[in-house]
Design a protein around this ligand. Structure first.
Ligand SMILES: NC(=O)c1ccc[n+]([C@@H]2O[C@H](COP(=O)([O-])OP(=O)(O)OC[C@H]3O[C@@H](n4cnc5c(N)ncnc54)[C@H](OP(=O)(O)O)[C@@H]3O)[C@@H](O)[C@H]2O)c1
Length: 369
């Protein structure tokens, strides 16, 4: 029997997570059936499961011993109109073993593969053989669980830097799983990286894995430290995943101050060096505040990994996949706090924990449990 996790919001605002049963799919020509054994719960999955993660508190959902129906207030419901009544599958990435193969895909039988964008919170998935990322011999499904979303994002960030002619990168919430991978990639590729974190333990963690520049936004000296690090690296590109609040503004301001400190001339328009911040996450759902204290030559935009993968083309993407497969146990290794089953993913105590997105708190779903 196949089982998968579904999220459904009804017109009264009641959100229900449940496990749906169906037959195990049969592969057609060129298709394979993957038995999913490991799928991480990423922030993007939380967005599919719940929409707004910062609303999900024990006050709203209760506890596993005393659950409450999760009802979205009318003011928020309007925002989710387009998903009302739809039973959504989820699990952006995952890995497992090919257990059945259609004509032309038999060579994949028994292989450990990773899947991207394949709704992996399910016991079995039937996908085209080309959608499988075949892992190297000796890689387990657990090793390969998070081998798409964060690894490709990190490599796509570096590609973006090169494509747009910047020479260093700033990353925020940098003690994340993704941030730690970026530290390792930049170190091995000789790219200057400024990591912004919010706690002392996170500074220590990133230094211990080889980061050269780590600034702590909770320190009084944060803005000066950031200007200094930008001065030393020449960073004019930042990836910002907090989204809400003043971080984007602080980065643009520090870039401009650093640039102006090296030039004599005054211009009412500010410096003529382009400053770019890409917002690539929404860890804070507060509004993004910009005070425009950095002249006229700056840009703030959204950023997604998939268009960059398209931009680097099939050859560039093949190189990314090979590097990830080769370095999955080192550069692209992910840590998980707890492994849960599909039904445990519906329990309030687990939900309250996995929506938090705290450092070292990532949850893994093993649909076979
Ligand atoms: N746009 C794209 O294509 C794309 C692709 C992949 C990932 N992403 C984004 O990349 C980010 C990292 O993903 P991940 O899976 O690596 O995350 P993760 O391992 O769950 O780590 C999340 C980190 O964010 C920090 N954090 C949470 N809320 C914060 C806030 N309000 N202010 C500052 N720091 C905060 C946590 O630190 P504490 O312990 O201090 O809470 C933790 O270190 C996410 O925002 C995700 O959505 C975007």
């Amino acid at each position: 029997m196949n089982q998968e996790l579904r999220s459904k919001l009804d017109e009264k605002g009641l959100l229900e997570l449940s496990v749906h049963s169906s037959d195990i799919p049969k592969p057609g020509k060129g298709e394979v059936v993957v038995q999913i054994e490991a799928a991480p719960i990423n922030p993007s999955d939380v967005a599919v499961l719940f929409g707004m993660s910062n609303m999900i508190t024990p006050a709203l959902i209760g506890t596993t011993a005393d659950p409450k129906p999760l009802v979205y207030p009318p003011a928020i419901l309007g925002h989710f109109k387009r998903r009302v009544g739809k039973s959504l599958p989820s699990g952006n990435e995952g890995s497992g073993t090919v257990i059945d193969a259609g004509e032309g895909a038999e060579h994949l039988k028994g292989k450990v593969v990773a899947l991207f964008g394949a709704n992996c919170f399910a016991k079995y998935r039937c996908v085209p053989a080309q959608a499988c990322i075949v892992m190297n011999e000796g890689t387990t499904a657990l090793d390969a669980a998070a081998s798409c979303v964060n690894p490709y994002t990190v490599l796509a960030m570096v590609e973006t830097m090169k494509l747009e002619g910047h020479k260093a990168i700033i990353n925020t919430a940098a003690a994340s799983n993704l941030g730690q991978m970026l530290v390792k990639v930049c170190k091995s590729d000789g790219i200057a990286l400024i990591n912004i974190v919010r706690r002392k333990e996170q500074v220590d963690l990133l230094k211990s894995i080889g980061a050269s520049y780590v600034v702590n936004s909770s320190e009084e000296s944060f803005k000066d430290d950031l200007i200094k690090a930008i001065g030393e690296t020449g960073a004019t590109l930042a990836f910002e995943c907090i989204g809400g609040g003043s971080m984007t503004n602080d980065i643009l301001d520090a870039m401009e101050k650093s640039i102006l400190s090296k030039q004599e001339a005054y211009s009412v328009y500010g410096s003529v060096t382009k400053k770019q911040v890409y917002i690539y996450g929404g860890l804070s759902q507060q509004p993004t505040v910009l005070n425009r204290s950095y002249g006229m030559y700056w840009n703030v935009g959204g950023w997604l990994v998939t268009p960059i993968i398209q931009r680097v083309g099939p050859e560039g993407f093949a190189k990314m996949k090979k590097r990830v497969a080769d370095e999955i146990k080192t550069t692209f290794k992910s840590e998980f706090h707890k492994t849960i089953s599909l039904s445990e993913a519906c329990e309030p105590d687990n939900i309250a924990a996995y929506v938090k997105a705290g450092s070292g708190l990532k949850y893994l779903v093993n649909p076979q449990l």
